[in-house]
Write a protein that binds this ligand. Structure first.
Ligand code: SF4
Length: 399
């Protein structure tokens, strides 16, 4: 194999132009007890200052990666947070106008916005649609009122019903719901009921995550003090399996470890990440991957604003991705998908075949029944899919 530098300089993946953009809106109406995302409860002045900085950052990003005057096509656009819908509409309009001015965004662009039930109304939904938003991702989490309170969500079950129904009536065809399992004192019956209620909407996409207690959150503190009663590991595993079976019976494919979709309803933006393709990112704490570098923006809103006041990119960490690391990422991220790692795409991205890069480890995992292979791809067998994370470690340092 060539030296890392030689390979990095030729890795075709690192020459691809990014076609996806993530924008982070770090505001919420209150903090959920389990949340360690970069989000803050803030007043209108903070939101106005943030929007001003975000516009500067988007301008710098455009200048950095595209020739002056170019309006590059954006294939997927994702506003995450935080709760992007708590940004006042006037600021939404500023950002949307800027994006349409500098980038080519059309009906084919998948434009997703994360929203909390209860954080939207008809006016907000109508405006988002006008801007070009065509996909909503609602953080429902559970359809049990007591559990919603126990995890610090502000919305009620009624808010979920109302928000999804209004979004559908206003014409959003693509809606996703997030659900959680492994919540304090949650039972298998609760999980079943939440999945049933989510399925009953007739949506095309549902994401389901197991609760993780993150450091620095109220949940971590309560757990240390012995005040957090989480389901045992076995019970949690049973919930995970139940979710998978119920959604499968309802016609959803588990196309990624935590994501289920009806045919054609997969989140194209997230597929960009799992296909290890480049993407731009803007906003406090946002992560981007472009031209062989992974960057991470500063999290602090003040620092973000200060750096952009001086027209400096607000980057905290900027790492060069070697050819070996890029290959490992392609396999580790790709194996999260039901479709697995496509051999042709791997060759096109890395200029080296999957077998040249990982022949030994593939052979060893296949022999142990932990990996399947056909002419087109390698995949994790269905029965091991939910523990795929544990298998990926075999590919680290083995290219
Ligand atoms: S709404 Fe989402 S981002 Fe905001 S605090 Fe709750 S979990 Fe965190």
């Amino acid at each position: 194999m060539n030296s890392q530098d030689e390979l990095s300089s030729v890795a075709p993946l690192h020459r691809l132009a990014p076609k996806s953009l993530y924008i982070h809106i770090p505001f919420c109406e209150s903090k959920c007890f389990y949340c360690d995302f970069n989000s803050y409860v803030a007043n209108d002045e903070v939101k106005a200052n943030y929007t001003e900085s975000l516009l500067k950052e988007l301008m710098l990003i455009h200048e950095a990666y595209f020739p002056k005057g170019d309006r590059p096509r954006i294939d997927t656009l994702f506003f995450g947070g935080g709760t992007p819908t708590v940004l006042p509409l006037a600021h939404w309009e500023q950002v949307a106008t800027f994006l349409h001015d500098r980038f080519s965004i059309d009906q084919e662009t998948e434009w997703t916005v994360e929203a909390n039930p209860g954080s939207i109304n008809d006016n907000v939904l109508g405006e988002l649609k006008q801007f070009g938003v065509n996909r909503l991702s609602f953080g429902a989490q559970t359809f049990n009122e007591t559990l919603l309170l126990a995890i610090g969500r502000l919305h009620s079950v009624r808010d979920i019903d109302k928000s999804v129904e209004r979004a559908m009536q206003i014409g959003f065809r693509r809606i996703s719901l997030d659900l959680m399992f492994g919540l304090p004192d949650q039972t298998l019956t609760d999980v079943r009921e939440s999945v049933r209620r989510a399925v009953d909407f007739g949506l095309g996409h549902i994401s389901v995550y197991g609760l993780k207690v993150e450091e620095g959150t109220p949940f971590a503190k309560w757990q240390q003090g012995g005040h957090l009663h989480l389901p045992e590991e076995d019970a949690e595993a049973a919930m995970c399996e139940e979710v998978r079976l119920l959604l499968q019976d309802a016609g959803f494919l588990q196309y990624e470890i935590s994501n289920f979709a009806r045919a054609g309803e997969e989140a194209r933006h997230n597929l960009t990440y799992w296909h290890n393709e480049p993407y731009l990112a803007a906003g406090a704490g946002a992560h981007g991957y472009v031209h062989g570098r992974r960057y991470e923006n500063v999290k602090s809103l003040l620092r973000y604003q200060q750096m952009l006041a001086g027209m400096e990119r607000p980057i905290e960490v900027d790492l060069s991705v070697t050819a070996e690391e890029a290959m490992e990422d392609s396999v580790i991220l790709g194996l999260r998908l039901r479709e697995g790692v496509n051999k042709k795409a791997f060759l096109a991205h890395h200029g080296i075949s999957l077998h040249e890069a990982f022949g030994q480890v593939i052979a060893s995992l296949k022999q142990r029944g932990l990996l399947d292979e056909d002419e087109e791809r390698i995949v994790i067998p269905g029965k091991y899919f939910s523990v795929a994370n544990e298998m990926m470690v075999h590919f680290l340092g083995n290219s």
